[in-house]
Design a protein around this ligand. Sequence first.
Ligand code: SF4
Ligand code: SF4
Length: 291
Amino acid sequence: MKELTIVSGKGGTGKTTVTAAFASLIERKLMTDCDVDAADLHLILIPEVYHEEDFVGGRAPTMDKSLCTECGTCQEVCRFAAITHDVERGYRINSFACDNCALCSFACPEGAITMVDSVNGTWYISRTPYGKMVHAKLGIGEDNSGKLVTLVRQQAKKLAQEEGLSLIVSDGPPGIGCPVTAAITGTTLVLIVTEPTISGIHDMERVADLCRHFQVPVQVCINKYSINLVNTQKIRHYCADRGIPVVGEIPFEPLVNKAQVARKSVVDFDCGSVGQVVRQMWQEVEKKLLA
Ligand code: SF4
Ligand code: SF4
């Protein structure tokens, strides 16, 4: 089973645009959206959900008011100011402020607070015009996005095996935190989609370092390369110094926005030369995946 994971470091570089184009270009594959905090691949792939399950990612405190004697110990020990009190409603847990550390449950002398499984989000299997997709949505303010990414990848591998597919193409999360680590660990190849801006370069370097740490092969795509040729040259030099192939340089093209508004990938909409550049880039990526 091969896995291609498309990441960016910085958000908004065009990672999902490239992923959606690959979804259209590659025939036998399974898609995943591992950007569980802010999934948006569905905007272009337009999935029809046929399987949906809760994601139980951790445990959260719950208070049994009938046991509470209002001693105030839980509020004293909570380092997150997540336990509030008023005369009418007594002591209460603010789930948005709570870090689920469980200290209050140990400290309560009456056993009024217990830790219970908490539903942190939902994961889905869907049909799309480009094949099946495993994706997920983390609840608002919920934790454990790394665990949810791992779950999405596990379910995708299981489904790909059932369907006889040997390639998973994944829209990865931005940044370099826990969800990205969960998305790239053990993957076959990472494609970093960057842009020639200061923050784009900075975050590309950080995610490239992360991939090197986990010994994952990397390729780079420079999106909107023509908006700043000086910075584009810096990216080329950076990649050349580290032996990272630059497999695609996509020009800035306002028609890409029109494709997005029409909910089409850049290879299914007239986006000038962008479609052809992405097709050629896929050929380079495929060579590495098959190597
Ligand atoms: S520590 Fe237990 S008994 Fe004391 S206020 Fe909190 S919930 Fe109530
Ligand atoms: S679990 Fe931790 S953070 Fe949440 S209310 Fe209890 S002590 Fe505070």
